[in-house]
Design a binder for this molecule. Structure first.
Ligand code: NAD
Ligand code: MG
Length: 397
């Protein structure tokens, strides 16, 4: 069940903004856009996990009212870095949740992983417009998260480039006229690698994405193609379609960001250069548009756009994600949690590349499906999946 409904924007000008995860890749691009159009925005709060220096710099540059560092022990460091500026300082998980509750018009949810769920939910519960980069929270808490969005009449504007593309060409007034969604995938850095060479890839090779510059976790997800699996589940929740109506197509140039096919066989696509500032600008300004400095698409230079079907043998993550979506209930929560554990183990040199998806599959197989009624159910399943996935990592290493 997707969460689309009409939404009236009643807000102040300039738009007041919270950026959760401002020190990351999406967060920094958001700050860059805000700095280029300062008259449109008033930044209330920024948050980061442990990069005090960057967080303080950003807070000063944008003139934020508050800066929150999730790592509690860094409170004094942030306080010193911002002394004399008048910017309020807070630290810890609860401070992050309280920051998300501050009454701003618009919130960027750009924390990576399930750690972003609690603060993003607070922004949703107060009916904010939420620019959603953090796909893991939608995968992990799916139906529950969507119910909260509907109950609070909040608005999710996708920041993921594929979902931003679909959002821009999807006829929400006549969703029954949509035959399918075609999610495009770059194929990641190992698209052309043979299965036997994939056993030996290093974290450095896996994070070197051919088209997009991103944080480490999503870069590894792109290399395993679990990113597209998470995006399949994300699309299912964001748009009123069934899972069988979502196809995945590998398109290595990342120029067509995704497509919607209608019952009359007409296909609408959104195109652009692969620069996250375009989908971030779309979300920041929605329902208006704002200028973004992304390189203009010159198809005469790109010349060739190619497409291929994803390879299920080398990239089993897509099958795992589709199975988890079809099982429903707690299965996507387990998929997401086990994947986070496995990806960070791989980045730490404790797990082989191909073992990332094996750990995810074995963890899903071991945990029977449960229904998710409350947020506590999500947290319980998430914790159990992390514990089991961690045991599997130890056993593999
Ligand atoms: P990143 O690693 O560069 O940044 C993550 C941010 O979250 C940082 O500000 C970090 O300080 C903060 N953070 C990390 N752990 C935290 C914790 N436990 N508590 C509080 N804050 C924490 O990641 P990114 O590439 O910017 O991705 C952010 C999200 O956006 C992810 O969910 C990713 O899937 C999604 N996304 C990213 C891109 C991209 O181009 N980078 C594209 C589409 C979607
Ligand atoms: Mg994407």
């Amino acid at each position: 069940m997707a969460v689309v409904k009409t939404f009236t924007v009643h807000e102040t000008a300039p738009r007041t903004i919270t950026v959760l995860g401002s020190t990351g890749s999406v967060g920094s691009n958001t700050i860059d856009l805000i700095n280029r159009s300062p008259e449109r925005f008033q930044v209330d709060t920024l948050s980061g996990n442990n990069n005090v220096k960057l967080l303080a710099e950003q807070a000063i540059t944008v003139g934020a009212r508050m800066a929150v560092i999730a790592e509690e022990t860094l409170y004094q460091d942030l306080k010193s870095a911002l002394s004399g500026t008048g910017i309020e300082v807070a630290a810890g998980r609860n401070a992050l949740i309280e920051a998300a509750m501050r009454p701003t018009d618009w919130v960027m949810a750009a924390i990576v992983g399930a750690a972003g769920l609690a603060p993003t939910l607070e922004a949703v519960r107060r009916g904010a417009i939420v620019g959603l980069a953090n796909k893991e929270c939608l995968v992990s808490a799916g139906e529950f998260f969507c119910r909260e969005v509907s109950a609070a009449n909040a608005r999710l504007i996708p920041v993921d480039s594929e979902h931003s593309a679909i959002y821009q060409v999807f006829d929400f007034e006549r969703p029954e006229r949509v035959e399918k969604i075609i999610l495009t995938a770059s194929g990641g850095p190992f698209r052309e690698r043979s299965l036997d060479t994939l056993t030996k890839v290093t974290p450095a090779e896996a994070v070197a994405h051919p088209n997009w510059s991103m944080g480490a976790k999503i870069s590894v997800d792109s290399a395993t193609m679990m990113n597209k699996g998470l995006e399949l589940i994300e699309a299912y929740h964001l748009f009123p379609v069934e899972s069988e109506q979502i196809d995945i197509l590998v398109h290595p140039q990342s120029v067509i960001h995704s497509m919607v096919e209608y019952v009359d066989a007409s296909v609408l696509a959104q195109l652009g250069s692969p620069d996250m500032r375009t989908p971030i600008a779309f979300a920041l300004a929605w329902p208006d548009r704002m200028s973004a400095p992304s390189p203009r698409l010159k198809l005469q230079d790109v010349k060739t756009l190619t497409f291929e079907a994803p390879d299920p043998i080398r990239f089993p993550a897509l099958r795992l994600a589709r199975e988890a979506l079809n099982i429903g209930g707690s299965a996507p929560t387990v998929l997401n949690a086990a994947n986070e554990i496995a990806v960070y183990a791989f980045l730490a040199g404790k797990l082989g590349f191909l073992e990332i998806t094996s750990v995810v599959e074995e963890t899903i197989d071991q945990i029977p499906k449960r229904e998710l009624i409350s947020l506590d159910d999500v947290y319980d399943i998430d914790a159990e999946a992390r514990r089991i996935a961690h045991e599997k990592v130890l056993a593999a290493g």
